[in-house]
Write a protein of this length. Structure first.
Length: 138
């Protein structure tokens, strides 16, 4: 394995995951989350636990890249990245938010937006990792 490439791809996925999750959950969906104050931490408590978000994104990035490297082929990298992002979206996002919906009193519209807003994020992450592992051109 090319460890430098792996480290750079992991760093890129970590940064993109952090930024995109903040955009989705800290900005776009934040007003809706505020209506669930009994289920969510307050602003001050959230800030004091923010490090755990970064740790979770760091826990996500290395295996995300590693799993991609195990299945990369000589097919066009863009389609591989989209396919991979879509597969991870179903495994990590769709299944997670449907589970949350089953056990917590989330509104169906919010759950649908969580799932749909994370689709482009996962596609972007798939494209990022695929761009690091493009098949060599002749």
């Amino acid at each position: 394995m090319n460890w430098k490439k792996y480290a750079l791809a992991t760093l890129a996925v970590f940064v993109a995951t952090s930024v995109l999750n903040f955009l989705i959950h800290g900005y776009l969906l934040q007003p809706e989350y505020l209506t669930y104050s009994s289920l969510m931490r307050g602003p001050a408590d959230s800030q004091s636990h923010a490090i755990f978000l970064l740790v979770s994104f760091l826990a996500f990035a290395p295996p995300f890249v590693w799993i991609y490297t195990c299945g990369v082929t000589k097919a066009p990298w863009v389609m591989q990245g989209i396919r991979y992002g879509l597969a991870v979206w179903v495994i990590a996002t769709v299944s997670r938010y449907l589970t949350y919906y089953a056990i917590q009193p989330w509104a169906s519209g919010l759950v649908a937006r969580q799932i749909l807003f994370e689709l482009p994020m996962m596609l972007i992450l798939g494209l990022i990792v695929a761009s690091f592992y493009k098949p060599a051109t002749r």
